[in-house]
Design a protein around this ligand. Sequence first.
Ligand code: CP
Ligand code: NVA
Length: 304
Amino acid sequence: MSLISIFDLSLAEIEAIIEKGEELKLKRERREGVKTRKYLEGKTLALIFEKPSTRTRVSFEVAMQELGGNVISLNWNELQLGRGERIRETAIVLSSYVDAVMIRAFRHDTVEEFAEYASIPVINGLTDLEHPCQTLADLMTIKAYKKKFAGVKVAWVGEGNNVCNSLIGGAAITGMNMSVACPEGYEPAEGIVEKAKEMGCEVEISEKTEEAAVDADVLYTDVWVSMGDEEEREKRKKDLKIYQLNEDLVRVAKEDVIIMHCMPVHIGEEITEEVMNSDNSVIFEQAENRLHAQKVLLLKLLNY
Ligand code: CP
Ligand code: NVA
């Protein structure tokens, strides 16, 4: 099994990941990590990065180390991939060395092609279309605070990007509703919205931030300029200027709204310092949960 899209997981699988993730989180807090140190003994995970990363790289590395496995981090341009070797041959060769591969790539079809030719599990560590590992940690965080998924209103403010697409998928699988506020031309991927709607998920898309934020249980935002979009920086800053998670939006949301952001943050752009560090913010816990959720994902994919 691989994790290329959040839609690869069922509700039961997501719930099991969250439950086990909470267990592992507690074990780690109680410094009982020693008990997990043999789970993936002898297994090796390769991480391939075509784009920068802090959380994804470090959380996967630490996850493997704490589960007793090995990890190799590789930058695209250090590999022959950077000199034009094809994905398919790389996938076949790496499958004979390691037990699983995580790839962060520009194009989604790069990860799909890798998975097609690999004979080992492949994990999408972010593409231009999706970020399913982020969504797993997000769902774990939402469940911890809201105690349920059904009927929870998630309001997304900003570009309907990769993180938003996977979150819409996560909402569809778990029974949450999504309200996306974005400018014209920055909507989430049509295929993902359609699929979510077919699953019975209410996905509202408008240009009005306050409308989206009204009575929200979760307020979520992400950068105005994603990796790979730097050439459009000035245009995006202008187009997305009013799509900021600030006090005005918090005021119209539910009183116990949680503030989420996948990070990295650009203070003063998509979020204010005040909101990021407010009592409602769960941003750092959300980042921490990457570690716990991915540990369970690795155990699942590596048949522990
Ligand atoms: N949220 C996230 O994936 O962060 P990095 O880009 O630092 O990995
Ligand atoms: N949307 C951002 C997310 C980073 C984790 C990007 O793709 O750069």
